[in-house]
Design a protein around this ligand. Structure first.
Ligand SMILES: [Zn+2]
Length: 185
């Protein structure tokens, strides 16, 4: 178990991610993203996007094979605020990235340390479809709750937790490492 985490805990990369986190003063307004090499050096420096995405050019995406994409999720109250989105998984798998990390907020005042998926080359479409279906089920449940805010929050948390459990339980099958740092503590 410890061995498997060595690559995730690359010191220089972690330092870069810390710096990235510290730069997120506008986390409530828009997402940010940066791309790193596995040794922790910067491949594409940090840039800002919109409320739910950061734009890279097709050419930049093509060069992300084997790289690590780090990005923030802003606190919109949406189902994927707390967790890697299906689009995140798809993008990482499609472009053959080594890893993807979402830095999220676990509460209004504190950054959660983030969610990491690394070594995802074995992922298949079915894996992402199944993951997306958990999200859709959650969305249906939220829609059915009309404006019951308390219940909606509960379903959002439950759904994010289910997605997280799904990522944890499929590590071996699809050949990746998934790690959460404080998100569901
Ligand atoms: Zn994301």
């Amino acid at each position: 178990m410890v061995e498997n985490r060595v690559k995730v805990k690359n010191n220089k990369l972690n330092e870069q991610i810390e710096q990235f986190k510290n730069s997120l003063s506008d986390i409530d307004k828009y997402e940010k993203a940066a791309v790193y090499n596995t040794d922790g050096t910067v491949f594409l420096k940090e840039r800002a996007g919109t409320i739910n995405e950061v734009i890279f050019t097709p050419n930049e995406y093509m060069q992300m094979r084997g790289k690590i994409l780090v990005h923030s999720h802003i606190n919109t109250g949406d189902l994927t605020d707390k967790i890697l989105s299906p689009e995140d998984l798809f993008t990482a798998a499609y472009f053959g990235m080594k890893g993807i990390q979402a830095i999220t907020k676990s509460s209004v005042s504190a950054f959660s340390p983030g969610i990491v998926l690394i070594g995802n080359t074995g992922m298949r479409n079915q894996f992402i479809n199944d993951y997306e279906n958990i999200l859709y089920d959650g969305k249906k449940r939220v829609a059915a709750l009309a404006e019951n805010a308390k219940e909606i929050d509960k379903v959002i948390f439950q759904t994010a937790k289910k997605m997280s459990d799904y990522l944890k339980s499929n590590e071996r099958k699809y050949g990746y490492k998934y790690e959460e740092r404080g998100v569901f503590d």
